[in-house]
Ligand binder design. Structure first.
Ligand code: IZC
Ligand code: ZN
Length: 428
């Protein structure tokens, strides 16, 4: 009477097993990536129950067996920075971008984030839920099983809570793990121009309700020229910490204000963007355990020549993760695989660093490293079968979806459809 597995996946060409520990992988450690060849994995009750060689699994009893046909299997991807819930879209701003109008100038004129704020205020909770569901399903199709989602397109109590409520409903409906972040400090509403402190005070009045109702695990702020200063960000996030939230910062995206240094001094889970982070900021990141979440899709979408200095960060010893930054203005894609390609081409990260950056380090950036980001006995069996010959292939072949099937807790949640085979008799 041996054990019967619920599922055995065998004939895995390469099984990617990022190393997990209490701390994120830093510096040179990011180059370590365990890859088992001819591997198999066994699932019982939605959890990984066995990992080993494919031939050893042949004699196991299993209710279901999947032949991976020599493909790559990895842990489900983790997207640690998304603005998933919003109303409307901003395709009308593309011509402004083409004409060279800077992102912060569009925002200063009431467009950008503020245009999405109006659309989000005008949308019903149901509409926001439907729209976010559409984007979330697409993220899942790209192999994501854990993600972070932010509010920040309300900038008033009701609309911020409406957005967080939508994230709550997504958590209940979808079989993925979603970490929620309160980003009420995403922009300054026109009525508060010149009264930023007053606005932040108002947003901080929501901390209690958000905490009590479990609507967010993290608090984030856009620390940037023309938005919130380092001092304002420090005070706001300090209050959030005192209320028991984890903290994150949109740091040094456009100007080197010292957001990275602030993030480390606050013990933030992550400092995100960091395109303009100073040498000093990078040194500080290397000293602490704040994860540098890089968003090269945003730099690409904003048409900038200079990307975050990932090589310097890794050489100095920082922990780097990657995310989409999916949002309707500065990075309009749900495709984390595309970000992996940009990380290879623009950030010059190695394939091993990239895989660690979208799995275990991404999980650290959202406090989920004990549950997500690797496959280990006892962990939820969240994994992806990739239709690629080896793990280096995904950053290399860009812009498309390589996911074959996506599993959450051992259950298939998405699978690629085959060509229908239909013959059109008279197409012309
Ligand atoms: O809607 O433009 N950077 N926030 C800070 C964003 C980009 C999202 C947006
Ligand atoms: Zn963002």
């Amino acid at each position: 009477m041996g054990l019967t597995y619920d599922l055995i996946v065998h004939n895995i060409g390469q099984l990617i097993l990022p190393r997990s520990s209490e701390n994120p992988l830093k510096g040179k450690e990011m180059q370590d990536l365990a890859v088992s060849e001819d591997a198999a994995l066994g699932v019982v009750n939605g959890r990984v129950a066995w990992l080993g060689s494919s031939s050893d699994s042949a004699s196991f009893k299993a209710l279901e067996r999947i032949d991976a046909k020599g493909r790559v299997v990895s842990p489900g991807l983790v997207d640690p920075h998304t603005h998933l819930v919003f109303g409307g879209s901003r395709e009308h701003e593309l011509s402004l971008k083409q004409a060279g109008v800077p992102y912060l100038e569009i925002l200063a004129k009431g467009g950008g984030i503020l245009s999405t704020v109006s659309a989000t205020k005008n949308a019903s909770e149901e509409e926001l839920f439907e729209k976010a569901s559409f984007h979330l399903e697409r993220m899942i199709s790209y192999g994501v099983t854990t993600l972070e989602a932010k509010s920040g397109y309300g900038l008033d109590a009701d609309t911020e809570l409406k957005q967080l409520g939508v994230i709550q409903r997504l958590k209940e409906k979808y079989p993925v793990s979603i970490i929620s972040t309160f980003l009420g400090a995403h922009a300054v509403p026109p009525a508060f121009k010149g009264k930023e402190d007053k606005f932040l005070e108002e947003m901080s009045l929501l901390f209690n309700e958000v905490k009590e109702s479990g609507l967010a695990e993290y608090v984030d702020i856009f620390c940037e020229t023309g938005v919130f200063t380092v001092d304002q960000s420090r005070e706001f996030l300090q209050k959030a910490k005192e209320m028991g939230f984890g903290v994150k910062i949109h740091a040094d995206e456009i100007d080197p204000l010292g957001g990275a240094e602030l993030a480390v001094s606050l013990g933030a889970a992550s400092a995100d963007h960091l395109v303009a982070a100073s040498d000093e900021g990078i040194k500080k990141l290397a000293e602490g355990n704040t994860v540098a979440v890089l968003l090269p899709g945003t730099t690409f979408y904003l048409g900038k020549d200079h990307y975050a200095r990932a090589r310097k960060m890794i050489e100095e010893g920082a922990a780097v993760a990657l995310a989409t930054d999916f949002n309707p203005g500065s990075c309009v894609t749900e495709n984390l695989q595309m970000i992996m390609s940009l990380a290879a081409l623009k950030l010059k990260m190695s394939a091993e660093e990239i895989w660690n950056a979208v799995t275990i380090n991404a999980a650290h950036a959202i406090g989920k490293a004990s549950e997500a980001g690797t496959l280990k006995i006892g962990r939820a069996a969240d994994f992806v079968i990739w239709d690629v010959p080896n793990y280096k292939y995904i950053p290399y072949h860009y812009g498309v979806n390589h996911a074959q099937s996506v599993f959450r807790s051992g259950k298939l949640i998405w699978e690629r459809m085959a060509y229908s085979g239909v013959q059109l008799s008279s197409a012309r």
